[in-house]
Design a protein around this ligand. Structure first.
Ligand code: HEM
Length: 218
């Protein structure tokens, strides 16, 4: 039993580290929206060549799936214990990510899997313009949860595989506040506050989204 728990913790650590590499690149990419479409799209095109290279994408999404299964499994199978504030926030952010992650992947990766249409900067501009009351809070909390869970989780995971990189909670909180500011600024960037975003409603992604809404909305 002890051996099994240790194996599960190692599996959770390695899958978390694998996904954290993508997440770090992905959040930096999102923050580049502050500098406009060219910066965001050029960075994404280079990064995408790696994370959407089929064997790497299978590894990435497989790691995410295993990480979720092991994490949820451990919550139910291990004895209940008193959690520190930091551990509680790790868990809350994990629950939020769990709630939205499948929908996020289907919404932003589905169109390129099935229709060869990529959201890119214009697709996100369209989303922010189309349903701001939904997308501002959703992407803001999503980005923050991803940052907190990702960074805190990375320090735990590294220590489980023998790399000690302690991070004080005060530092983690300050870094999360900076990430919050950058994420909000990026969302304003998609919304056209910092640079001219043209007519996002005319983008391929917007046209596909509107077509799907017309076909499937009640
Ligand atoms: C905060 C704002 C975020 C925005 C605006 C955003 C936007 C996007 C976009 C546009 C794509 C498609 C990328 C492409 O076509 O190359 C994407 C893919 C993806 N995102 Fe996010 N994302 C955000 C946060 C997150 C977070 C926090 C996570 C995970 C915890 C996440 C996980 C993923 C995954 C797994 C994919 C699919 C990768 C692939 O297989 O190509 N995203 N996201």
């Amino acid at each position: 039993m002890v051996l099994n728990v240790n194996i599960l913790k190692k599996l959770q650590a390695w899958t978390g580290i694998t996904f954290a590499v993508f997440l770090g690149v992905h959040l930096i990419n999102t923050w580049m929206a502050i500098f406009g479409a060219v910066a965001y799209d050029s960075f994404q095109q280079i990064a995408r060549a790696f994370y959407q290279f089929p064997p790497l994408e299978v590894l990435l999404l497989g790691a995410l799936l295993v990480h979720i299964i092991v994490g949820v499994g451990r919550i139910f199978s291990e004895p209940k214990r008193e959690l520190s504030t930091r551990a509680r926030w790790h868990r809350y952010s994990g629950f939020f990510l769990l709630l939205v992650i499948a929908g996020h992947i289907i919404a932003v990766r589905g169109p390129s899997w099935f229709y060869d249409v990529y959201p890119a900067f214009a697709g996100l501009s369209f989303s922010m313009d189309f349903a701001p009351y939904y997308f501002y809070p959703y992407y803001f909390v999503f980005g923050l949860s991803g940052f907190y869970h990702g960074l805190n989780g990375l320090t735990i995971a590294l220590s489980r595989v023998g790399v000690q990189l302690p991070l004080k909670h005060a530092v983690l909180r300050k870094a999360t506040a900076v990430a919050a500011a950058l994420t909000f600024a990026a969302l304003l960037g998609f919304d056209g506050i910092w640079t001219d975003v043209g007519e996002p409603a005319k983008s391929e992604f917007a046209e596909l989204a509107m077509r799907m809404l017309r076909e499937f909305a009640p």
